[in-house]
Design a protein around this ligand. Structure first.
Ligand code: URP
Ligand code: ZN
Ligand code: ZN
Length: 496
């Protein structure tokens, strides 16, 4: 931080944000922010500019959100295209206070990673209004992928990928998981894991269907907690064996959270993420006859109030580093949730819920305003930690001289009732319909460009930039243990 005390002489800034309360992951302070050439060039009091000034008195001035788990213009693990493309997805993200998003570029079996990236660059470049990168989804890690293509992808600055332990179209077996972890370790990449035990889910599902329990509401029953807990424990063992970092995404159970914190407290680089739907929704909401419960089908499924509390605790105590939307938007019509017909079984309806625009407002309203997390924790969980873990910090995820001017100005007292009509995604429902949310971003700035102002989109489609990322930096993540607890070199290291 570079605080120029009492500097009141007139300077030129392309943009000056004046009179607000700035918060980062570690500090909260009053400051004006001067922006030139898309970067923060001054932080101080009483800055004056000949350029444009935004009055932020009474407002919070926060780093723009880094949304690191969302599915945009992506074929799902069921093979269904998501409702949002890079235009609607990024616009919705921006209205929700985000200035960077990292969706997935998904490999179909048999496809080279070069082809995958060509396709996703084509989908994103002319459309995104905010900066973006991708994580790969690896479904076919053969010899060429492991030895040639993945290292080439890392060279392009795509330093993370997701693997699935379930879903027939994408899942890897344990040997394949070990292979990709080994490559990730060598290149400083981060492996994200969808951890659910496939056989257990299929075993329960078969019995439910045989007994006539077919409606979407049984989705939650068909993905028992044990499926997540077993897979998380197995994934953690594999990561520890290889000595590679791992992020368990969309954690939904207390026992899985405990497995993550136990691993990290014994020195392993195991990290965790949860999502708003595990904090604000429960499977009770699916207790309705017929297809409508499909609106709430996601994997892992919604749980109960007790689990919600456990997820809050894991955010508060540093077990989880990230709160991500897992925006996986499928409309409630024949293009999405009902694409197999008007009465899908729980096995047929697309998995995923939308939420990219509401992630930060919900967390601010229910988290910060209700005293569950501090404002600084809010910034770390929604922005700074993702920027660090995914190789974008300090360019993204903080407010300091020299960083990208990625800023969301929040009105902490603005109260709105959530409805599908007010959102900017391409959806025809929101699972949060009727929620009262207090505290909203009103102006959103990405690399000095005003993207959202006065409820209006100001940026052109295609003005967001692809971000080349560095290897992941996991030092100093919340919940990390002191170096003296780091165990002796892993088995893998000794084999080399
Ligand atoms: O149900 C979900 N979460 N759908 C999106 C795909 C995934 O597994 O993240
Ligand atoms: Zn997943
Ligand atoms: Zn996801």
């Amino acid at each position: 931080m570079n605080l120029a005390e009492g500097e009141s002489k007139m300077t030129h800034f392309d943009l000056l944000i004046k009179g607000g309360t700035v918060a980062t992951a570690v500090d909260t302070f009053a400051a004006d922010i001067g922006i030139n050439d898309g970067k923060i060039s001054a932080l101080g009091s009483d800055l004056q500019s000949t350029g444009r000034t935004i009055n932020a008195e009474g407002k919070l001035v926060l780093p723009g959100g880094v949304e690191s788990h969302c599915h945009i213009a992506q074929e799902s693990s069921f093979g269904l295209m998501s409702a949002d493309d890079y235009e609607s997805g990024s616009v919705s993200a921006a209205f929700g206070g985000n200035t960077t998003m990292i969706p997935f570029a998904s490999q179909k079996r048999g496809q080279s990673l070069y082809e995958v990236l060509d396709i996703y660059h084509e989908r994103a470049a002319s459309k995104s209004v905010i900066d973006y990168s991708y994580h790969l989804i690896l479904s076919d890690p053969g010899e060429s992928v492991l030895k040639k293509e993945l290292p080439a992808v890392f060279d392009q600055g795509i330093m993370s990928f997701k693997v699935f332990m379930t879903y027939d179209l994408v899942k890897l077996d344990d040997g394949q998981m070990l292979d990709v972890l080994d490559v990730a370790r060598e290149h400083g990449a981060l492996t994200m894991v969808h951890a659910e035990n496939s056989a257990l889910i299929n075993w329960v599902s078969r019995r439910l269907l045989e007994r006539g329990y077919r409606d979407p509401k049984y989705h939650a029953v068909s993905h028992p907690r044990a499926a997540e807990v077993e897979a998380v424990q197995r994934a953690v063992q594999m990561a520890e064996f290889i000595d590679a970092p791992m992020l368990i995404v969309h954690v939904s159970t207390e026992k899985a959270a405990r497995a993550i914190s136990t691993a990290r407290y014994s020195g392993s680089k195991i990290f965790g993420e949860t999502c708003p739907h595990y904090l604000f929704l429960t499977s009770e909401q699916m207790n309705m006859p017929g297809p409508e419960a499909a609106k709430f089908c996601c994997s892992p499924p919604l749980r109960d109030n007790k689990t919600q509390e456990a997820m809050w605790q894991a955010l508060q105590n540093g077990t989880f580093q990230l709160i991500s939307s897992d925006h996986a938007a499928y409309r409630y019509d024949e293009t999405g949730k009902l694409n197999t017909g008007p009465n899908p079984t729980f096995k047929e309806c697309a998995n995923g819920v939308p939420g990219i625009e509401l992630r930060m407002p919900l967390m601010y309203s229910e988290g910060v305003r209700k005293g569950r997390i501090s404002l600084n924790q809010f910034v770390s969980l929604t922005s700074t930690n993702a920027a660090k873990m995914f190789g974008l910090h300090p360019r993204k995820g903080t407010i300091a001289v020299g960083t990208d001017a990625d800023i969301a100005i929040w009105d902490p007292d603005l109260e709105r009732r959530v409805s599908v009509e007010m959102l900017h995604d391409n959806m025809n429902y929101t699972p949060y319909e009727g929620f009262i949310v207090k505290g909203w971003p009103t102006t959103v700035i990405n690399r000095g460009r005003v993207v959202i102002e006065d409820g209006t989109l100001k940026a052109a489609k295609g003005s967001g930039e692809f971000l080349k990322r560095k290897p992941c930096d996991l030092t100093g993540m919340p919940g990390n243990v002191a170096p003296e607890f780091i165990p002796e070199k892993s088995f893998n290291a000794r084999l080399r």
